[in-house]
Write a protein that binds this ligand. Structure first.
Ligand code: FAD
Length: 341
């Protein structure tokens, strides 16, 4: 097979980064991204884009750590390059604060972020309701800029982008040799994954350029994440809710919670409310599968279900998915070179 044709379905951070890894790992492939929505209309556009991992209970920590490490290393290199501002990648320092001691003194990612240390007494004085805290520097993506940067890189490799809703993966089998499913929450319907559920998140994007340090309550519910242009104030975690409509009461609640951590936010301007559904599962599904209809086979690689941590691990899971695509190609080459009896 000279030039295997690969369709990546989905154009959020997972689809675009997976397509890019496939072009890097299998340069002989012809890759197309098919998606019903592109930036700025994906869940990935709503995210804060902070690199702080979310824990997937059924994925071994060693694997999650590797995904985070690979993502951090990749984005840190971009951050230290002339591409940083176009890609929307920057470093941000701040505090994660707790009212009671955290379960683990050292989270598994403490040696990957930069300068992880307990907060000093002087720092803790800023938060009279909190008794413990961790200070560190991590990376943050300006999500729409990063998605556009990924699209630009893909187009430079000759990857085609098509606006198309895929109702059934089988509709692609005549045109493509391998299908990669990066549809996020769309996988609930597309492949009938009942283990996938939405966790609704409402955030406010505000203008408050004097806020330069991130503040995250240790329970992960209230956070202030300064970005290049706007500060993201969060948030909510509403398991099982499919509503994409902003809720006015929730907006007030988020604003009040954030102001109680950073009173100067009372002066924030241009408040924009965004809602997204985190595509959640007990474990991310990075998996190879061969679909069959009689004697016809369709190799599929799944990469979805990143919940609250898609930006934090995207490059790691994209690399793993690209290796699974390589395995599919080897299997296809093996079957096409086998003598027919
Ligand atoms: P999506 O961005 O939803 O992309 C899915 C793509 O598939 C879309 O392009 C869609 O149009 C397409 N699609 C779906 N079905 C079909 C179909 N049938 N046919 C064709 N195309 C289809 N993560 C972090 O790491 N850090 C954070 O700070 C962070 N903050 C967040 C804040 C909020 C409020 C929310 C909601 C999420 C946050 N996340 C964060 C999580 C992160 O946004 C997700 O994990 C990530 O965006 C998932 O990316 P995805 O590409 O799988 O999904």
């Amino acid at each position: 097979m000279a030039s295997p044709k690969v369709a990546v379905v989905g154009a959020g951070v997972i689809g675009l980064s997976t397509a890019l890894c496939i072009t890097e790992t299998c340069p002989s492939c012809s890759v197309a991204v098919l998606s019903d929505q592109f930036s700025p209309n994906t869940t990935s556009d709503v995210a804060a884009g902070m690199l702080i991992p979310h824990i997937y209970p059924d994925t071994p920590i060693r694997r999650q750590k590797q995904w985070f490490q690979e993502t951090f290393t990749y984005l840190f290199a971009i951050c230290n390059s002339a591409e940083a501002s176009e890609a929307g990648i920057h470093l941000v320092s701040g505090w994660q604060i707790f009212k009671s001691p955290p379960k683990e003194e050292l989270p598994f990612w403490s040696d990957i972020v930069l300068g992880f240390r307990p907060m000093s007494k002087a720092e803790l004085q800023k938060f009279p309701q909190h008794r413990f805290g961790q200070a560190f520097t991590t990376l943050k993506c300006d999500c729409p800029s990063y998605l556009l940067w990924l699209e630009k890189r893909l187009k430079a490799t000759g990857t085609q982008m098509h606006t198309r809703k895929v109702a059934d993966l089988w509709e692609l089998h005549r045109e493509y040799d391998i299908v990669v499913n990066c549809t996020g929450m769309g996988a609930h319907q597309l492949v009938g994954d009942k283990q996938l559920f939405p966790v609704r998140g409402q955030v406010l994007k505000v203008r408050a350029p004097w806020v330069t340090q991130f503040i995250r309550d240790g329970d992960g519910l209230t956070y202030i994440y300064p970005g290049i242009h706007r500060v993201t104030l969060g948030g909510t975690r509403e398991k099982g809710s499919w509503s994409l409509s902003p809720d006015a009461g929730t907006t007030r609640d988020i604003f009040d919670r954030c102001c109680s951590l950073e009173p100067s936010l009372q002066g924030a301007q241009d408040i924009e409310v965004r809602v997204g559904l985190r595509p959640s599962r007990q474990c991310v599904r990075v998996q190879r599968e061969v679909l069959s209809q009689g004697r016809i086979k369709l190799p599929v690689v799944h990469n979805y279900g990143h919940g609250a941590g898609g930006f934090s691990v995207h490059r790691g899971t994209a690399k793993e998915a690209a290796h699974l695509v390589e395995e599919c190609i080897s299997a296809l080459q093996g079957s096409s070179s086998r003598p027919k009896l």
